[in-house]
Design a protein around this ligand. Structure first.
Ligand SMILES: C[S@@+](CC[C@H](N)C(=O)[O-])C[C@H]1O[C@@H](n2cnc3c(N)ncnc32)[C@H](O)[C@@H]1O
Length: 430
């Protein structure tokens, strides 16, 4: 397919998402199955443009004066693909597969620039209804933080120290031009592609099959390291899901002690078995998901309870840009209730003197600081523990200055170059 045809296809997918109210991935999959002639390069380019259009949806709609799929796709070509308005006009020539020629309003819209006094949610491309939450989280930097969450994310990998080391994996992946990540001693980063270029499919590499590495954002690696799972400890990953953090904890424990993996949703645990096998993790016992009775024998015995809580995922909007526009106040309220429930579930498991580590991949204080404050209020035998000693024990470099709070760590794409994460350590009195 030529570039104009790909742009038309992206507009079609965005329109389908809007009319049928469906996630981008589903709409793209459907488009692929009804256009079998499209090659993998075409699919990647179309997907990139759809996701980029969603990343900068609010600013594009503001600049173009309309929020149509066509306006969003064309403006994304200027803002994220580095095309000039004239180049966009050139590919919209109305020929067989190309978009219709630009109207005068569209030509003007493509040339518009955001005024300095545009509202923060427009500059930062986040939903209007979250304006107060973003200002509370980031003050004057709200728009910049939102803008960083609206960029493309790199592919981060965690080297599985049970089977490999960083040098070995860097060498094995040399053709993807990988780099060490700045903070995690086990992190490797492959830069995000630009424009139509495909994101590297590192999971197709032999090293992945051999269990040398897993795809895991550096923020998630840092959260797992700060939790401080030590060799020989008794640890439970209470919201294990597909096991991203379970695998990191197992490696940090050097395959010793006992690591339990549980999730209230049995189905979510399914991929964990294959992943544990590939990683050579032998200290993990996967509990029967969805049956809280299996937790009873562990009461009062855990050195560490990791709660990687269900959340809005607002910290992962770089990777799931459609999620930010689908999120609603009602979804957020539901997540808040789930977070309280899982915190209550975790408390009895922590042994005297043990640690509860609360993690979200959200940047919203209502899911983070507020939950911790309410927890401490209702659980007087827990006290907040500074995260910095755990950081210093695990990380070879100092954290950025933005990590200013003693008792919780907030990572964001702007400050850490990671997805957005929140980590708080809560120690039970001996
Ligand atoms: C953020 S995801 C976990 C991701 C996973 N830890 C990883 O790193 O790949 C949150 C998980 O919490 C689970 N969950 C929600 N409520 C729960 C509860 N009360 N007890 C245990 N798990 C719960 C959800 O099913 C979901 O899989």
């Amino acid at each position: 397919m030529q570039v104009p045809g790909r742009v038309s296809a992206a507009i079609e997918v965005l329109a389908d998402m809007e009319t049928r109210k469906r996630p981008a991935a589903e709409a793209l999959k459907d488009w692929g199955s009804t256009h079998r002639f499209a090659g993998s390069g075409d699919r990647a380019a179309i997907g990139n443009l759809v996701f980029d259009a969603l990343r900068v949806r609010a600013s594009s709609a503001y600049l173009m004066g309309e929020e149509t799929p066509r306006a969003l796709a064309l403006r994304a070509l200027v803002d994220l693909w580095g095309m000039t308005p004239d180049e966009v006009a050139g590919l919209c020539d109305g020929s067989r597969f190309a978009p219709e020629p630009l109207s005068a309003a569209e030509t003007a819209g493509l040339k518009n620039a955001l005024p300095a006094d545009a509202p923060d949610p427009i500059k930062g491309n986040y939903p209007d209804w979250l304006a107060a939450d973003f200002t509370r989280a980031f003050g004057e930097m709200a728009a910049e933080e939102g803008a960083a969450l609206a960029s493309r994310a790199p592919v981060d990998l965690r080297v599985n120290t049970l089977k490999a080391d960083r040098e070995k994996v860097l060498k094995a992946l040399a053709r993807h031009a990988p780099d060490a990540t700045p903070f995690s001693p086990n992190g490797i980063r492959v830069a995000a592609g630009t424009g139509p270029s495909r994101s590297p499919h590192v999971e197709a590499e032999a090293g992945h099959g051999k269990g040398w590495f897993e795809v895991q954002d550096e923020g998630s690696q840092i959260a797992s390291l700060i939790a401080g799972a030590t060799p020989k400890a008794q640890v439970i990953d209470l919201c294990a899901g597909a096991g991203g953090k379970t695998l990191a904890l197992a490696a940090a424990m050097g395959n010793t002690g006992q690591l339990y993996a549980y999730d209230s949703d049995r189905m979510r645990l399914r991929p964990i078995f294959e992943r544990l096998k590939r990683a050579g993790a032998r200290n993990v016992q996967v509990l029967d998901g969805g049956d809280p009775a299996v937790l009873a024998p562990l009461e009062g015995k855990m050195d560490l309870v990791l709660i990687d809580a269900p959340c809005t995922g607002s910290g992962t909007w770089r990777r799931r840009p459609d999620a930010k526009w689908r999120l609603s106040e009602a979804n957020l309220e539901t997540r808040l209730e789930e977070q309280q429930a899982v915190l209550e579930e975790g408390v009895p498991l922590v042994k005297p003197g043990g640690l509860l580590c609360y993690v979200t991949c959200s940047v919203l204080p209502r899911e983070n600081e507020d939950q911790v404050a309410a927890f401490l209020e209702s659980q007087p035998d827990f006290v907040p523990e500074p995260w910095r000693p755990a950081w210093d024990a695990a990380m070879p470099v100092v954290p950025p200055e933005s990590a200013a709070h003693d008792n919780h760590l907030v990572m964001t794409p702007r400050t850490f170059g990671t997805d957005g994460f929140f980590v708080a350590l809560l120690r039970r009195g001996a």
